[in-house]
Design a protein around this ligand. Structure first.
Ligand code: CS2
Length: 484
């Protein structure tokens, strides 16, 4: 790449937006998703809806974006190899929280900020995935309750809301964009748990004044690799060090429940004009998406990884796993819940299969396999529990749970070690290693109460042990073939 190639920057005719949103956890997903909708809303209807991005951990994204004035490109990848580029100028700046927590709190406290959006991943809510309540023994929560400079997203939300209440200002709306069931209710619950421990009166104020709309978010965004950066530079002739890749499809469903407008500005950007479905109840959409998409994504990730497949597209190009995914949808997942009104689930499943098959999207099974302890309950275990209650068998999902257990055991089918990324990785590996037989390993992992309730664990013991034994006996591919 010639050193003199021009670096991406802000368009002369587009002044920097004034910000109305702080986003916590600025990863690729939000830059390829929420930011796009907000950019569209501003293009159509205007408003001061620029975004202050906040990285809660490392400076990497800020360091790449700052020299290009926080402008970046989205690369939407078609199945035939075509790519559509779009320049996004909606970010005002990016703050790195650990460098200066007060700067983040100051922006969140500014009444011009009406919404705080979040993509902090499942583990960022510091909750117990099985109960949905705040985990008070989480070291960062213990820290945040006793120190004014927070480390966690929850700490930032509550401390900033506290400052706004003290200043006599309205709260901001908390808009979570993470893949969790009833995500608005969940974040409200953990915020209130934290606030009650800090200052019960503050908790009362948040309870009456605060708004936490639930959302269903959907766009597949594989991690950007160095070769993607090079390819983009060659294609557009401008250097962007921080592009984000995504599939063409996107869907955002948002509960219409925001802090009312104040000071003469709108309560939220014109999301409807940008194609967001504004609804009274997001729950049926969330169940559908978490069970149909994320449930099969995780199942294919563990089984596909064990079978040696690098990406989801490669996994479903294998007819065994294509059949397995279709079986999961038709026999095990679709019967477990009621779809949103007017949605045909068979069409939804067909569309998912096409999305997974997009060969341009190199979404690694390893990436999706990450943080399974935080994902399993809402993606797979809820479906299994509903099937059990209705007397329906779930052999495919039992196999997926067993595959997760094999995966967190840390050794693949060829005896190679797996780099397991999970907040409980050490504990899960220890439990698996300390047990000898498949039955003992399954029992040990089912005893992790953050993931499996005692009741569900008792019901899973026999079928998951059977599935685990089949995995050891046949390997992931043949075990999946056997039940398809
Ligand atoms: C994936 C999701 O990484 C994962 O766990 O299942 O990120 C998935 O790609 C998105 O939810 C799609 O909307």
């Amino acid at each position: 790449m010639p050193a003199e190639m021009e670096r991406l920057g802000r368009s002369k005719d587009r002044p920097k937006p004034k910000s109305g949103i702080v986003h916590l956890g600025l990863g690729a997903f939000f830059r390829a998703f929420g930011a796009i909708y907000i950019d569209d809303a501003v293009r159509v209807s205007g408003g001061d809806w620029g975004i202050v991005g906040v990285s809660l951990q490392s400076p990497g994204t800020r360091d790449k974006l700052a020299p290009q004035d926080f402008v970046y490109t989205t690369v939407s990848q078609d199945p035939d190899g075509g790519e559509t580029f779009r320049r996004i100028e909606i970010l005002e700046t990016v703050l790195v929280a650990p460098e200066d927590p007060d700067a983040v709190l100051a922006r969140m406290t500014d009444p011009a900020i009406r919404i705080v959006t979040l993509t902090v991943t499942e583990k960022g809510y510091c909750h117990d995935p099985a109960s949905g309540r705040l985990n008070f023994s989480h070291p960062d929560i213990e820290h945040d309750l006793t120190h004014a400079k927070p480390r966690t997203a929850i700490g930032y939300l509550v401390r900033a809301l506290q400052r706004r209440r003290d200043a006599g200002d309205p709260p901001f709306t908390v808009l979570t964009c993470d893949n969790l069931p009833e995500n608005g209710k969940l974040v409200r619950g953990v915020v209130l748990d934290f606030a009650r421990a800090l200052d019960p009166e503050l908790a009362g104020w948040i309870e009456t004044e605060g708004r936490f709309p639930s959302t269903m978010v959907d766009r597949i965004t594989p991690a950007t690799k160095p070769e993607d950066v090079e390819r983009l530079a060659q294609k557009i002739g401008i250097r962007d060090e921080a592009p984000v890749l995504c599939e063409p499809f996107r869907q955002w469903v948002v509960e219409d429940d925001f802090v009312p407008a104040y000071d003469g500005a709108e309560a939220y950007p014109d999301l409807a004009a940008a194609g967001v479905e504004m609804v009274a109840d997001v729950t049926p959409f969330e169940h559908m998406k978490l069970r149909m998409l994320n449930g099969t994504h995780s199942s294919l990730a563990y089984l596909g990884y064990l079978a040696g497949h690098e990406t989801i597209a490669e996994t479903v190009a294998d007819p065994v796993f294509a059949g397995f995914a279709k079986r999961l949808w038709q026999e095990e997942i679709m019967p477990s819940f009621s779809p949103p009104e007017g949605v045909n689930l068979a069409d939804y499943a067909d569309a998912l299969f096409k999305r997974y098959s997009n060969p341009a999207i190199r979404h690694r099974t390893w990436q999706i396999a990450m943080d399974g302890s935080q994902k399993l309950p809402q993606r797979i275990l809820g479906t299994i529990a509903d099937n059990l209650a209705a007397g329906r068998a779930s052999p495919g999902l039992m196999l997926a749970v067993a595959a997760w257990m094999r995966y967190v055991g840390g050794v693949d089918e060829k005896g190679q070690s797996i780099e397991v990324k999970d907040p409980l990785a050490g504990r899960l590996r220890g439990l698996s290693d300390a047990a000898e037989t498949p039955a003992e390993k399954v029992a040990a992992l089912l005893s992790v109460r953050e993931i499996f309730s005692a009741e569900l664990a008792a019901q899973l013991l026999e079928p998951v042990t059977h599935a685990y034994q089949e995995l050891c006996r046949l390997g992931a591919r043949r075990a999946a073939e056997d039940i398809t």
